[in-house]
Structures are given as C-alpha cells and as structure tokens.
Design a protein around this ligand. Structure first.
Ligand SMILES: C[S@@+](CC[C@H](N)C(=O)[O-])C[C@H]1O[C@@H](n2cnc3c(N)ncnc32)[C@H](O)[C@@H]1O
Length: 367
C-alpha cells in the first residue's frame, strides 16, 4: 500500500508543507492517512473512527485532537448549539412534555441530539424512554449527558435512525408517547413526515400521543433584490454569467430574512397544514393571495408554526427574532409582478420533505 499523509503526523496541529510519505508499518501513520483519505471522500464517520483509533493507540496521548475535531465539525452542524440555547423552544417542549407524559409510559424520542427531550420525558415521570440518533458521535454525547444527569437507568440511547428501530429489539413494546423535534426552517426538511409515518406504523400503539401534534407552513411574497442576489447572477464585470443559472437552487434555502432589506408584498398565507397523527396529506394545491403592495416579488419567505401541545405553539416567523430557526427563502428566477388588490395565484407543493412554490400560469415543476 502506498499511502501519503496530508497532515503532519507528529504535532497533529499544523499542516505539513506537503504530503509526507507514510510508513505502512506504522499503525498510527496508516490510520491517520486513511482518516485523511476518508475526509477527502466525505466519509466523516469513518474519518472520525480512524482518527480516534490513532489517538487511542498513541502512547503520547492527546494528539490528533484537531483531526478528530475536523471530522466532528463535518458531522455535527453548529445549529445544535444555538438550538440547545433556544430557551423559548426548550420551555415549550418542557411544558408540553409535562402535559402529556405520565407514569408507566414508554416514550419514544426520535432524534435525540444532546438528549434534551428524552431527559424531559424521564423527568416528567416516564417509566422508560427509548431515544434514537442517526449520528453516532451525537448519540455517544447524549448517552454521556443522560448518564451525567442520573437518568441512564430509564433512558436508552439507540445510535440509529428511527426508521431502523424495531419493536422487540430496540423497544420492549410499542411506545405510548412519541416526542420529537426534527424540523427544519420550513418544517419538513429533516424528513419529519416519513419519520412520523414509519413510527405510527411500526413503533407506536394505536392510540399513542404524538408530540408535536401538527404544524402549518406559511408563505409570504417579498420584494428584495438583495435576497435575489443570494441565488442569481447575470452580468459580472462586463461578462455574461447567465449560464450559472443552471446552478441556482430551485428550492428554498435557510437564511435570516431580517438580515436583508425586504418589503413584504402580501400578508403571510398558510400553504400547508399537517396533523402528525394522519398519514395522508395533500401534496399540492393552488393558493390565492391579494397583494397589499405594487411591487416585484423576488422571493417567497417560508416558515412554520408548530402545535407542540395544548396552548403551546412555536414559530420561526421573521418577526420572532429569538428563534434559533432561520426562515426558508425560495428565490424566483423570473420575479413576479404584484398589483395591490389584484389576486395572484400560485401553486404550493411538497414531496414530504421539501416545499416548492411556483406561478399558477407557469405549470408545476416536479412534485
Ligand atoms: C433538531 S435536532 C433536535 C435534538 C433534540 N431532540 C432536541 O430537541 O434538543 C434533531 C436531531 O435528530 C437527529 N435525527 C433527525 N431525524 C432522525 C431520525 N429519523 N432518526 C434518528 N435521528 C434523527 C438529527 O441527527 C439531530 O441530531
């Protein structure tokens, strides 16, 4: 095997001047080189395991922290921290869990993250909590946090996707309560609907309580050349860059709307409503809005309201400046003209995961 290491294998901190030859008989060098190779191939879990193995057998100890951290950074998005510090979100879930979780119950928590909802369920009196996490390093951290807080006897962390869980293997029986927070800025983007559907079919009792109960997605047309510039380009220094349009995002991306200059041209309109105890939802329909302004709509802002439990609602609307959730923004390749008071129709569609809107007279693209 002819391996090369792209990072210094001695100090483990500063990059070497160039790829250094690897001694194939040195297990640490080999593990590090394979780790770098895995990083280059975007196999971050594998890179993490390889760097961690190198660190474990390294007699000098403490080296390779930077390599391990680079793999961790690729595996764990920064929003985890902001999310855990979003006290409005945390308190909403805490109140809701106290409302629905009681003694003798088996609670399933999908997407444990650092373990917050599982801990809240255990503290609320659940007999047992099974919580799962699709990212191994996050699951390991959650296990540590749950143990540190004294709940290891009642909370089991399973390092897997919920869709791989099995009753009789990972859960002793079907769960009485499902708690979860797997929502992106436009509600569906973290595969919440498929996870609910699978859980209802395979992991929950027929009358299980589902928390949150449901959610709604809102859209608002906004005028903002600045937002349009985030996803479109024309002429640059006298050159025609229009072919770059093939690389623009058709769907929304997340951004903080209020970081940009924008003018709302319509009131927010509800485009989808989901009851998470249902399996079937409309996937597309036509929406009519009456613009409150003349203008040019460059983008559609998207956000949600989440019905966590009775009287407990969370939202990431642009007016909620404390939420860690940003807004979804779908820019419009060909901006729409709005006339005050003249109804404008557009279609809204989702494929269970991503939301897309388009002009009613332009036809629908995809599902
Ligand atoms: C938005 S975070 C919420 C974490 C935690 N429940 C909380 O509220 O603080 C969602 C976490 O769920 C994980 N996740 C998302 N969908 C999952 C699924 N279907 N099965 C297991 N883990 C999932 C993600 O990797 C992420 O760590």
């Amino acid at each position: 095997m002819n391996l090369t290491a792209t990072e210094s294998t001695t100090v483990g901190l500063l990059p070497a001047a160039g790829p250094a030859p690897v001694d194939p008989l040195d297990p640490i060098e080999t593990l590090l080189a394979l780790g770098e190779e895995a990083m280059a191939q975007r196999q971050y879990e594998r890179a993490y395991d390889l760097f961690s193995s190198a660190a474990r057998i390294d007699a000098r100890g403490g080296r390779f922290r930077r390599q391990i951290n680079r793999a961790v950074r690729a595996l764990v998005p920064r929003w985890h921290f902001w999310m855990m510090n979003d006290s409005e979100r945390n308190q909403a879930y805490s109140r809701a869990i106290q409302q629905v979780v009681g003694e003798g119950q088996l609670v399933l928590d999908i997407g444990t993250g650092a373990g917050l909802l599982a801990l809240l369920a255990a503290r609320a009196g659940a007999e047992q909590v099974v919580t799962c996490e699709g990212v191994d390093v996050v699951a390991t951290a959650a296990r540590d946090i749950i143990g540190r807080n004294g709940y290891a006897d009642r909370v089991t962390v399973v390092p897997s996707l919920s869709t791989d869980l099995r009753v009789g293997v990972d859960l002793p029986r079907r769960a009485d309560v499902l708690v979860t927070e797997i929502f992106d800025c436009a509600l569906l983007g973290e595969f919440a609907l498929p996870a609910f559907r699978h859980a209802r079919r395979e992991l929950l009792t027929a009358d299980a309580t589902i928390l949150p109960r449901g959610g709604r997605i809102f859209a608002q047309l906004v005028e903002s050349p600045q937002l349009h510039c985030l996803n479109h380009v024309g002429e640059v220094e006298g050159f025609d860059f229009s072919p770059f349009a093939s690389l623009t995002s058709m769907e929304y991306f997340s951004t903080i709307l209020t970081n940009y200059r924008y003018r709302a041209l319509t009131e927010p309109v509800e485009i989808f409503r989901f009851d998470f105890s249902e399996d079937q939802y409309p996937a597309a329909h036509t929406v009519e809005v009456v613009p409150r302004e003349n203008g040019i709509a460059h983008a559609v802002a998207l956000w949600f309201e989440l019905d966590v439990a009775d009287g407990v609602t969370l939202s990431n609307s642009p007016t909620d400046e404390t939420s860690h959730w940003k807004q979804g923004v779908q820019t419009l390749a060909a901006p729409w003209r709005t006339e005050k008071g003249v109804p404008l129709r557009f279609w809204a569609a989702h494929d269970d995961v991503r939301v897309l809107v388009g002009r009613a007279d332009e036809g629908r693209v995809g599902g």
